[in-house]
Design a protein around this ligand. Structure first.
Ligand code: LLP
Length: 429
């Protein structure tokens, strides 16, 4: 589901014209649709209804307080990977006892913070971490609830930078060693074994790898249940979304990826895993990030220059790789559309930012309607891993984030000022 469409030739997010947002808050800017996030959450939640389940939104995908608050109101749990993410969840009205704390490098301070706030579980990635959590819990006179992240050695068939479930990745404990490491955990006095966790990667568009991981893990969980008081199994995130041809294929068919060669729906996902996970008789946790927010976001930008070279047409826009790094880092493909619908013949162009790197592009050799300086465009499906991965590179202020809900818009984050750029810096006297 998504909520971006042309009405009378101009692009809207729900009931709001994107031009109006650009006029009011300037460009570049991120826009998010509340209806899309709610719709995605509800559709996934419904597909998983046959399981006793908890959706724990992966905060790393988009951690704006307004987005977290919207999900907290839907009763979502949260998958967090840092003290900072826990802080955000609590500020946004989320509950610590619905948070799982993942990540390979938790510091003592983060562990203590999460323990005091009462997180549901630490998803532990190494024996060193088990020892450390035991230690911190002991010093606080507490028992820490834990799950071990088990790496099932499954090929997620996704980009190599976002594949995590192969034995060569840095994540989790290999499935062949899992029983042994649970035994280590059981012998540590300040730990309470609560569950088992896995996550095989991100932007996965086939149900096969999910089914394979579920089967491998289910067998392990059945074994572990005989010796330990296992309460939950956390299946991680990774459901992929459709990035291509969002508007040209129309809504809502596009959301189901019709016309796209690789796609997965929440129902496909559920059908692949429920038969394997239901017999476990446990609470099943899910950690979707991209699926909930990816298609809910657009990056608005204004064309600055059109530069013609003998080889190419470069359309230079006011957004850059520091605002959305997915094309540069993962060869991510994002649909680009003009805010004013055009029927002109398309021409191939590179859409690039002003940053001094050849990797600063949004599209290469992409057929798009001809664009002129001051035309506005939207880079679609940028609600996940967009703003959260942005930086101040080239001393560019971080962008504003606007949440649209029906015909209302809310400035969920202000644009940084020039003063923000140098805040905290000083020159020696
Ligand atoms: N759980 C764990 C343990 C994870 O590491 C991740 C994502 C998720 C859940 C959520 O995965 P999702 O449902 O969003 O696929 N920046 C990259 C994606 C990095 C994913 C990192 N881990 C991108 O822009 O494609």
């Amino acid at each position: 589901m998504h909520s971006f469409s042309y009405v009378d030739g101009t692009l809207r997010c729900e009931g709001v014209e994107l031009n109006e947002i650009a006029n009011r808050f300037g460009t570049p800017a991120y826009v998010y649709s509340a209806a899309t996030i709610r719709g995605n959450y509800q559709r996934l939640d419904t597909a998983l209804a046959p399981l006793d389940h908890l959706v724990c939104y992966a905060v790393k995908a988009n951690s704006n307080l307004a987005v977290l608050n919207l999900l907290a109101k839907l009763d979502s749990g949260f998958d967090i990977v840092s003290g900072g993410e826990l802080f955000r969840v609590l500020k946004a009205g989320g509950r610590a006892d619905r948070c799982t704390f993942a990540g390979v490098g938790k510091t003592r301070e983060e562990i203590a913070f999460a323990l005091k706030e009462g997180v549901y579980s630490f998803n532990v990635e190494s024996e060193g971490e088990l020892a450390r959590i035991n230690d911190v819990a002991g010093s606080l006179g507490m028992k820490a609830p834990i799950a071990i992240r088990v790496n099932p050695d499954v090929d997620a068939k996704t980009h190599k930078f976002i594949s995590t479930g192969k034995s060569k990745n840095k994540f989790g404990i290999g499935i062949d060693r899992a029983a042994e490491v649970y035994q280590v955990a059981a012998n540590l006095p300040h730990l309470k074994i609560r569950g088992v966790q896995t996550h095989i990667g991100s932007q996965i568009l086939e149900s096969g790898p999910f089914a394979e991981a579920a089967a491998k893990l289910a067998a392990l969980v059945q074994d572990l249940k005989k010796s330990y008081d296992i309460e939950f199994f956390d299946f991680g995130g990774g459901i992929g979304i459709v990035y291509d041809d969002a508007l040209s294929s129309g809504s809502p068919a596009w959301w189901d990826g019709q016309g796209s060669s690789r796609r997965i729906t929440p129902e496909d996902y559920a059908a692949a895993i429920i038969p394997v996970l239901k017999p476990l008789g446990l609470r099943i946790l899910f950690e979707p990030g991209r699926f909930l927010v990816g298609n809910a976001g657009a990056l608005l930008s204004t064309v600055q220059y059109v530069k013609q070279t003998p080889a190419k047409t470069f359309t230079i826009i006011d957004a850059a790789m520091n605002d959305l790094i997915r094309p540069a880092l993962y060869e991510g493909w994002h649909e680009i559309v003009p805010l004013r619908q055009s029927s002109a013949d398309k021409i191939a162009m590179d859409v690039v930012g002003p940053v001094c790197e050849s990797g600063d592009f949004f599209a290469q050799d992409r057929p798009l309607p001809p664009l002129q300086p001051d035309d506005r465009i939207a880079v679609l499906s940028s609600g996940a891993y967009g703003f959260v991965m942005s930086s101040n590179y080239n001393s560019r202020p971080l962008l504003p984030e606007i949440l649209v809900d029906g015909d209302k818009m809310h400035l969920a984050r202000e644009r940084q000022s020039m003063d923000d750029l140098v805040r905290g810096e000083s020159i020696p006297q």
